[in-house]
Design a protein around this ligand. Structure first.
Ligand code: UDP
Length: 323
């Protein structure tokens, strides 16, 4: 298939580009390179540098390409930033998303696989969250993703769009060549690994007074390779609606740090810090739909493998993509 990958220079998008190419698909990447890296884009892909907020850029590209499917990764994705700058999230994630889907409609492209998030759920009541749970986001990041999900669903009803919304839990880990390199880095596992890498003296733990067994937040960490595999499987199926991608297992911030100590052999000192605004205490997936309908199951996602792969990438790329 010919696949247009937005955000293909970013962390998850770049892994998707590589896997799609390895599976024999033709890939065109649209990325503004604001937060992604040119050198993360596989040489076999065609890179179109442009911004989804620029309607003419995406309309023209879509008209020229008429891809069989779009994988839409391009977005801002930081909870903390979204609590300080919600305007960026609505403008880029919602505004850019509207330009993208309107360009699809105009070009007669109907299949879209959208990177959504477990942050659409807000403060879930369930221990493991099914797709049918209430969606009441507690940060603008989650809200911006939910808004685009709703737009996609209206376009499905009215225009026959075929949107699959993949609600990611916490993507982590790396492939041999591709890993996580954000500036500034805000994610837990790369920040933890900065300590054994000699780039930080300690890791900050944002809140230890949550209603969880050790008081720190619980998340469902999923290996980026497993996550991306689900997208490739989804290309062959015609599923729509929301679909969770997580393992069903939750780990606390302190458990992640403990596992990183074991993997790296470094003591990794911690300092307690205030809660991060917008953080729900616990987000863990119920991934029944992915297993049953996509025939997907995570195979690289035990926490130790995730951290070991991330650590290997960090050691091989001490300066990240160094651009
Ligand atoms: N976190 C932390 N210290 C850090 C980075 C993150 O304690 O340096 C916590 C964060 O508050 C959240 C969890 O780790 O509870 C996962 O955060 P991350 O930013 O990795 O992923 P998110 O869940 O925001 O997508």
């Amino acid at each position: 298939m010919k696949v247009l990958v937005t955000g293909g220079a970013g962390y998850i998008g770049s892994v998707a580009v590589e896997m799609l190419l390895d599976e024999g698909h033709e890939v065109v990447v649209a990325d503004n390179l604001e937060r992604g890296h040119r050198s993360a884009v596989d040489q076999r892909a065609q890179l179109e540098v442009g911004d989804l907020r620029d309607r003419d850029f995406i309309t023209g590209l879509m008209r020229r390409l008429k891809p069989d499917a779009v994988m839409h990764f391009a977005a801002y994705a930081l909870v903390g930033e979204s609590m300080e700058h919600p305007e960026r999230y609505f403008e880029n994630n919602v505004g850019g998303g509207i330009n993208l889907v309107n360009a699809m409609l105009e070009a007669g492209v109907s299949r879209i696989i959208f990177s959504s998030t477990c942050y659409t759920y807000g403060l879930p009541r369930e221990v493991t969250i099914p797709e049918g749970a209430d969606t009441l986001p507690v940060n603008p990041y989650g809200e911006s993703k939910l808004m685009l999900e709703k737009i996609l669903q209206w376009y499905e009803k009215i225009h026959g769009l075929r949107p699959l919304m993949l609600r990611y839990f916490n993507a982590a880990g790396a492939t041999e060549s591709l890993g996580e390199d954000h500036h500034p880095e805000t994610h837990l596992i790369p920040n933890v690994l900065r300590v054994p890498a000699g780039k930080a003296e300690y890791v900050r733990v944002f809140g230890d007074d949550y209603d969880t067994p050790d008081g720190t937040c619980i998340r469902d960490y999923i290996h980026v390779v497993d996550l991306v595999r689900a997208h490739v499987l989804a290309l062959e199926k015609d599923l729509t609606g929301p679909l969770n991608l997580g393992t069903g297992e939750g780990y606390s911030v302190m458990q992640v740090i403990e596992t990183a100590r074991k993997v790296t052999g470094h003591p990794i000192p911690v300092r307690m810090a205030p809660r991060r605004p917008g953080d729900p205490p616990r987000l863990v997936a119920r991934a029944d739909r992915a297993r049953a309908e996509l025939d997907w199951k995570p195979v690289h996602s035990d926490l130790e493998t995730i951290i070991r792969d991330a650590w290997r990438w960090f050691q091989a790329h001490p300066e990240g993509y160094a651009e």
